[in-house]
Design a protein around this ligand. Structure first.
Ligand SMILES: CCCCCCCCCCCCCCCCCCCC(=O)SCCNC(=O)CCNC(=O)[C@H](O)C(C)(C)COP(=O)(O)OP(=O)(O)OC[C@H]1O[C@@H](n2cnc3c(N)ncnc32)[C@H](O)[C@@H]1OP(=O)(O)O
Ligand code: NDP
Length: 505
């Protein structure tokens, strides 16, 4: 039995989506734990005025690569950026680069995708389906290819309640869809999108399902492996706990809750989400690369439960700076209760805050922030308010194939060993440090700010109760009678207490 690192020794690996959240962790892990790997070819596009080389240079400077840097200061020599735009014909790879890749690549990891839930169908198909087809075309030219690993999602088949580790028939024949989209203008595509995606919630899950089918079509020619992670969160252990660099999925929810903006969300009653740490997904992916070189595989990452109270208590211990309110959220599956909390805990405070901003000559902004937040959480609702049953037999089988050292240490993907409260604490701290770039030394000031917010809330509530009561008393004789009765009762109790304490003295 070879170890996973031994397998990658001397291999040339091609990675798409290397500048993304998961791609970066994959590159880091390969360089650190498979030090004999020969070269990593990264398909990267120029973006936002930066050349492909500048983007890769920036990427490897980031903190995520600190441990690799410590081990080998010249690790960047193994990284070979290749200019590529996946939505362009031929992936916009130069003929020389394409020939070079065809001659030497041994393993492909395809991570690139648009993961936006509101992506127009045409663009999602262009990147997630046609981009994948074109990459497979390039893979077919690779003379020494041993495995093609495609990163899909556990929700590609979210229209089913029970999902096995198989490729299901596609919702439509991809070729027919691609042909139709070619002549339709964007307005028509927008109009028919809901009909096309049917009982899937968005173009993302729909195009990921089509991509799986497109990959499966190549199974006679290539060794393919498909990984289906659920909701990918911050790292558990590697390269350090809590690494996260984006607002996607639960991270945006956590940050909004930690800032005291998000106070309610629609989710299933026990508020459990299928979360999986990114380092676990990457360990599984690399192990699958090794195994697929010999066998074919569709493993799904085993998820773990995410619970609301861990998030809240963690942000109370390690508060984010300048919170709008104290972190506290009501999770409910009931639509009416949810709407009530939206009104009372989101819209009313936002209106009040904007009023104060207007009165002090500033531009109102809170309602705009809440409108964006509502759009984002409405897109996540489908996933947070349902449960799925997934089969993970291939994952268990793969685990059993690993050497004890790989299974327990280097490529561990057994989430049963994960301590969830500790993981969530590190996750929340990770959003603070790496997404919001807040300093941990500011925590005492942030705690002081939370105490101030609590005092403001107590004062506000007291004033509100007194005000309502005064209005009520002014209008109702019965309320006045009750009020006088309660006040006289208090006086009687006080005078009795005073009299009895005088007697005992
Ligand atoms: C209450 C607390 C505890 C609760 C625990 C209970 C459990 C419930 C948790 C449930 C979570 C459920 C998550 C389900 C996710 C399913 C995942 C499926 C898995 C996958 O396969 S793929 C990964 C998932 N994909 C995504 O998550 C993408 C979703 N995002 C989008 O589609 C778009 O970003 C969105 C939401 C439509 C917004 O679009 P837009 O308005 O155009 O904004 P931009 O994306 O362009 O961003 C502009 C700007 O804002 C920043 N940003 C983005 N999101 C947030 C946010 N939530 N909060 C704050 N800021 C955010 C973004 O970084 C940009 O900043 P710039 O500086 O770059 O401009
Ligand atoms: N994050 C999650 O929760 C989950 C993710 N997945 C899957 O994992 C994979 C990686 O996701 P994640 O890392 O989170 O996504 P990111 O959005 O962080 O990364 C996407 C990557 O794709 C690249 N890319 C996008 N468009 C193009 C293009 N036109 N040409 C070339 N490259 C492009 C991006 O490059 P650039 O930097 O240039 O934009 C980036 O490197 C995806 O396939 C996704 O479906 C599955 C389940 C859950």
């Amino acid at each position: 039995m070879t170890s996973v690192a031994d397998y990658y020794a001397g291999k040339n690996v091609l990675i798409t989506g290397a500048t993304g959240f998961m791609g970066k962790v994959l590159v880091e892990k390969l360089l650190r734990c498979c030090p004999q790997v020969r070269a990593l070819f990264l398909l990267v596009r120029p973006k936002a005025g930066q050349s492909m080389q500048q983007r890769v240079d920036d990427m490897i400077k980031c903190k995520l690569f600190d441990r690799v840097r410590e081990d080998d200061a010249h690790f960047h020599r193994k990284i070979v950026p290749i200019s590529s735009e996946l939505t362009e014909p031929g992936l916009a790879i130069s003929p020389e680069d394409a020939d070079k890749l065809a001659a030497c690549v041994n393993i492909v990891f395809h991570c690139a995708a648009t993961i936006r839930f509101d992506e127009p169908l045409k663009h999602a198909v262009q990147l997630n389906v046609i981009g994948t087809q074109q990459l497979l075309g390039l893979a077919r030219r690779m003379r020494h290819l041993e495995a093609f690993i495609h990163i899909s999602t556990a929700y590609a088949n979210c229209n089913r309640k029970h999902i096995d580790e198989v490729i299901y028939p596609p919702p439509v024949e991809p070729r027919k869809l691609i042909e139709s989209l070619e002549w339709m203008d964007d307005r028509i595509v927008q109009d028919i999108t809901p009909r096309l995606i049917g009982n899937r919630p968005n173009t993302y899950t729909y195009t990921k399902a089509l991509a799986e089918y497109v990959v499966q079509q190549e199974q006679d020619k290539l060794n393919i492996g498909i990984i289906r992670p659920s909701i990918v969160g911050a790292s558990w252990q590697e390269p350090f706990p809590g690494w996260i660099d984006n607002f996607n999925g639960p991270s945006g929810v956590f940050i909004a809750a930690g800032k005291g903006i998000l106070r309610t969300m629609r989710a299933n009653n026990d508020a459990v989400a299928d979360l999986i740490p990114v380092d676990v997904v990457i360990n599984l992916t690399l192990a699958a690369g090794w195994y697929t070189a010999v066998h074919k595989l569709v493993p799904r990452c085993p998820p773990g439960p995410l619970q609301k109270h861990h998030v809240m208590s963690s942000f109370k211990r390690n508060p984010l700076e300048q919170a709008f309110r104290r972190p506290n959220a009501n999770i409910t599956s009931n639509y009416l209760i949810y709407q009530y909390w939206i009104l009372v805990s989101h819209k009313f405070p936002a209106l009040l805050y904007d009023l104060v901003l207007r009165l002090t000559g500033q531009k109102p902004q809170m309602m705009r922030i809440f409108n964006r937040l509502h759009k984002a959480i409405s897109l996540l609702e489908y996933f947070s308010s349902q449960d799925w049953e997934w089969n993970s037999e291939n994952v268990n089988m793969l685990m059993a194939q690993l050497s004890p050292e790989d299974r327990k240490v280097t490529f561990n993907f057994d989430v049963r060993q994960l301590n969830w409260p500790e993981y969530i604490e590190n996750y929340c701290i990770g959003t603070k440090k790496y997404v919001l770039n807040e300093d941990m030394s500011d925590i005492p000031a942030a705690r002081q700010h939370l105490r101030k917010l609590r005092n403001i809330r107590y004062t506000f509530n007291t004033v509100l109760v007194v005000f309502i009561w005064r209005v009520f008393i002014a209008r109702s004789q019965m309320a006045r009678n009750i009020w006088y009765f309660v006040v006289s009762l208090c006086f009687k109790f006080l005078s009795y207490f005073r009299a009895s304490s005088t007697l005992t003295n």
